[in-house]
Ligand binder design. Structure first.
Ligand SMILES: NC(=O)CC[C@H](N)C(=O)O
Length: 229
C-alpha cells in the first residue's frame, strides 16, 4: 500500500500519522506539500491534524482552498480512500467531501484529553479491524470539534450507517456526559456515501503504539493496509 500525507503550514500531526502509517505499512508514506498540484499514485490520502493556516477564519477554511485539495477531492471522487483526522476532518467538511461542519466546542475551550468512542460499524476500510459496537479510547485535542448538521442530514447519516464513531462512556452508553464538545448526536466521526472518506475528531495516530500509552488507534492503520494492499 502507498499513502500520502498532506502537509499544510501549521499541520502538527503530519509526522505522528506518518509514524503510525510506517509502522503498519513497513515503509514511510509520501509527504505532500499543500502547494503541490499533483498527488503521486497512492492508495490512501491522509489529511492530518493541526492548525492549518493558524486556524485563521475558521479551522480548515483556508486549507480547503489550497492547491492540493483540488487533487484530494478528485482522488476521493474517483474512489481513493481519504482519512481526515481532527483538522483534517474540518478540512474535509470545508471542502465538501463530508457533510456538516465542525463548530466551536460547546464550552468554548480547547479540550485535550482521552475520550471513549463506540465503533459504530466495522464495515469500512478504516474500521474493519474493530468490532462493531466495541469501545475504544483515543485522545481529542481541539477547539472546534462540535459536529453540526441539520436534522435531515443527521437522520440520513444515521439511516445510511455513516456514523463511524460516537462519544460514549467507558461502558459504551452515548450519554450527554460522554460528549466532550456538544457534537450533535455524540458524533465523533462520519463517512461519505461510499464509506471511502472518513473524518474523525479523535486522533488514532496518538495512541498507536505502547510507548504512547495505548494502542486503540493502531487497528485503523492495520485495517487500511489490509484493505488496500
Ligand atoms: N488537533 C487538531 O487537529 C486541532 C484542530 C483545530 N486546530 C482545532 O483546534 O479545532
Amino acid at each position: 500500500m502507498k499513502a500520502a500525507v498532506i502537509v499544510f503550514p501549521g499541520s502538527n500531526c503530519d509526522r505522528d500519522v506518518a509514524v503510525a502509517l510506517e509502522a503498519a505499512m513497513n515503509h514511510p508514506p509520501i509527504m505532500v506539500w499543500h502547494r503541490d498540484t499533483e498527488l503521486p499514485p497512492v492508495d490512501l490520502v491522509v489529511v492530518p491534524g493541526g492548525f492549518s493556516y493558524g486556524d485563521y477564519l475558521r479551522c480548515g477554511a483556508m486549507a480547503a482552498h489550497s492547491p492540493i485539495m483540488r487533487e484530494v477531492k478528485a482522488k476521493a471522487e474517483s474512489g481513493t480512500p481519504v482519512l481526515g483526522i481532527c483538522n483534517g476532518f474540518q478540512i474535509l467538511t470545508e471542502t465538501g467531501l463530508l457533510p456538516g461542519a465542525l463548530i466551536r466546542n460547546a464550552g468554548l475551550k480547547f479540550i485535550c484529553k482521552d475520550v471513549f468512542l463506540r465503533v459504530e460499524t466495522s464495515d469500512s476500510p478504516f474500521t474493519r479491524k474493530y468490532e462493531t459496537g466495541s469501545v475504544v479510547r483515543l485522545p481529542i485535542a481541539h477547539a472546534e470539534g462540535n459536529y453540526f448538521a441539520d436534522t435531515a442530514t443527521l437522520d440520513r447519516l444515521e439511516g445510511e450507517g455513516r456514523v463511524a464513531f460516537r462519544y460514549v462512556t467507558q461502558g459504551g452508553g452515548a450519554s450527554l456526559d460522554a460528549n466532550p464538545n456538544g457534537a450533535a448526536r455524540n458524533i465523533a466521526g462520519i463517512f461519505n456515501e461510499n464509506r471511502r472518506v472518513l473524518g474523525l475528531m479523535p486522533h488514532p495516530e496518538r495512541l498507536a503504539e505502547d510507548l504512547l500509552g495505548g494502542t486503540d488507534g493502531k487497528p485503523m492503520f492495520e485495517g487500511l493496509v489490509e484493505a488496500l494492499s
